[in-house]
Design a protein around this ligand. Structure first.
Ligand SMILES: [Zn+2]
Length: 237
């Protein structure tokens, strides 16, 4: 009976379609891509913190350099005053010398601070270069994985399109009542509505048919629809 053949074909197609849909949802590339994106987010956050830190450190470097410039200019102008010959008062000259000395001390201290600070600037620069390289590598890997995932999905979609067309065609050739029964059973039985009966055992639920039922079945016409007495799945005949 053509309808039974159609049912068999429908079930085969539906199992493949279900499998492909599951495959599409559970692509291992998707998990990899998810964890890669999470790592990339973490790295980007860490990088922006370090960039902020670097910005502060750079500001401090400029501040220290500015302070040294100011002191240097002050020393120059004090020295100019000292040697200008305008001031002859020894007390006043002594005060200028003292001021120059104190300014030079301050300059030394600030320069030492700057040298120490430049170590920090260099360290942070190195960290930023490393993090930016890492980020670049992540972005390349992400791009590659995205392309691979999209191509896998589009391959599956092409197969699904073809199979769904076949399914539609087969369904249109199947008796409406039988099709409804098939769809309802499939919905209730986790996608598996049509099964084989092998050595008296239903291949859907694994239960054995009662002797009475098996006997009735063996004496019935093949065109008659038989369903498992336990799970109500449709038997292929
Ligand atoms: Zn069964």
């Amino acid at each position: 009976m053509a309808d039974f053949d159609n049912l068999k074909q429908l079930q085969e197609l539906d199992l493949i379609i279900d499998g492909l849909r599951r495959e599409k949802v559970n692509l291992p590339e998707k998990d990899k891509l998810d964890s890669l994106c999470k790592e990339l987010d973490r790295l980007t956050n860490y990088l922006s913190k370090k960039e902020e830190e670097f910005h502060k450190v750079e500001m401090k470097q400029k501040k220290l350099e500015g302070e040294i410039d100011t002191i240097t200019n002050k020393v120059k102008s004090e020295e100019k005053r000292l040697y200008s010959g305008v001031i002859s008062n020894s007390k006043e000259l002594g005060a200028i010398q003292k001021e120059i000395e104190s300014l030079n001390n301050k300059k030394d201290e600030t320069e030492t601070e700057l040298i120490e600070h430049l170590d920090l600037v260099d360290n942070l620069k190195g960290v930023l270069v490393k993090l930016n390289n890492q980020k670049e590598e992540f972005l390349i890997a992400k791009d590659k994985l995205e392309k691979k995932t999209n191509s896998t999905i589009s391959d599956i979609d092409i197969k699904l399109d073809e199979l769904c067309k076949q399914r539609e065609e087969t369904a249109s050739l199947t008796d409406n009542d039988l099709l409804t029964l098939y769809e309802e059973t499939r919905a209730e039985k986790d996608g598996l509505a049509v099964v084989e009966l092998k050595d008296g055992i239903c291949q859907g639920c694994g239960m054995e048919l009662s002797a009475e039922e098996a006997d009735k079945m063996s004496h019935s016409e093949t065109q008659i629809l038989w369903r498992c007495e336990h799970c109500r799945r449709i038997f292929l005949r």
